[in-house]
Ligand binder design. Structure first.
Ligand SMILES: Nc1ncnc2c1ncn2[C@@H]1O[C@H](COP(=O)(O)OP(=O)(O)OP(=O)(O)O)[C@@H](O)[C@H]1O
Length: 301
């Protein structure tokens, strides 16, 4: 597969260089609401890293700080060694960002949507057409490239937005809930394309989700976030093994036949509530999901 990338782009991640992302005591408060409350995080070059948490955990706020859309003091966020506060433009050039709010224009074709991003991100004029075509091919939209985005299905719109983010050949691709509101087949398809692009380019991927099954299947490591704080970090296997050890040490695993813990169990252990936000639905978790799904539907329809 040919994926849009600059000449000389090394497909293997440089593990000797700085972390793809480093957050040190990252904080962001909206008035008295501590949306992000002292987050330390390292994402290694080339990994797919999942930020997991229920509605309101602080994932989007953290992502907006990382993408320089919210101002944070120097020293809190670095992308490939560049400080988000001091070197904002350098950081932006390294990032591809697919926000939760849908960003494709339904009145433009798929190709025009991606071309717009190529212009905004200063892809050299003579490379643009080839890079746009390669980004569309990377997400399986070549056949539909000249149709209006307003005629696309929800999964196709999400893939189009992925192509928009890929056309500038980012080193760190950030996806905020990339599969929210999609049916299981479309979710699988979006993930297949993310994985193929990652393998083809060696880019680092940071993704937020509250779908545990997606995190289990697609992330090398995950951070469990709850009420603005990171409660645990590791590969899904490490986190599950840690819970088995914790249960053994407290004697909790001795009753009945052993059951392999899920990431949901791990999250409950560290956060005291489920990743599905069941305990937080009273403050609107379900409503926000419905609202988001509607937003997706209205853009697609
Ligand atoms: N613009 C804002 N003004 C005030 N409070 C906000 C704002 N944006 C987010 N918050 C609050 O900050 C907290 C974290 O919200 P955030 O959207 O970062 O969580 P999240 O984990 O991304 O949730 P979701 O999965 O629902 O998007 C919540 O309590 C939320 O109500």
């Amino acid at each position: 597969m040919t994926v849009a990338e600059p000449a000389g782009h090394d497909r293997r991640p440089d593990l000797s260089g700085p972390d793809a992302l480093r957050c040190t005591g990252l904080r962001y408060y909206f008035g008295s609401t501590r949306a992000v409350d002292g987050v330390d995080l390292e994402v290694r070059p080339g990994e797919v890293f999942g930020l997991l948490g229920p509605n309101g955990a602080g994932k989007t706020t953290a992502i907006r700080a990382i993408t320089t859309l919210l101002p944070v003091p120097p020293g809190m966020v670095e992308v490939f060694g560049h400080d988000c506060a001091r070197e904002r433009m350098a950081v932006r050039r390294l990032l591809g960002y697919v926000p939760q709010q849908l960003s494709a224009d339904s009145g433009l074709t798929g190709r025009e949507n991606v071309a717009l991003f190529a212009r905004v991100f200063d892809v050299p004029r003579r490379e643009r057409a080839a890079r746009v075509a390669a980004a569309l091919a990377a997400v399986g939209l070549t056949e539909s490239a000249d149709r209006l985005a307003g005629t696309y299905s929800g999964g196709m719109v999400r893939r189009l937005e992925l192509a928009q983010a890929l056309v500038s050949a980012p080193r760190l691709l950030i996806l905020d809930e990339p599969t929210i509101g999609l049916d299981p087949i479309a979710r699988t398809s979006v993930w297949e394309h993310i994985t193929r692009v990652r393998v083809a380019t060696g880019m680092t991927v940071l993704v937020t989700t509250h779908y545990m099954d997606e995190a289990e299947q697609n992330c090398d490591r995950v951070a469990l976030m709850h009420r603005g704080r990171i409660r645990a970090v590791g590969s899904p296997e490490e986190l599950r093994a840690g819970l088995v050890r914790a249960r053994r040490s407290t004697g909790a695993a001795t009753d009945g036949p052993p059951t392999a813990p899920t990431l949901e169990d791990v999250f409950r252990h560290y956060a005291g509530s489920g990743l599905d936000g069941r305990e937080s639905t009273e403050d609107g978790g379900d409503f926000r999901d419905v609202r988001r799904t509607r937003r997706t539907a209205s853009r697609v329809g």
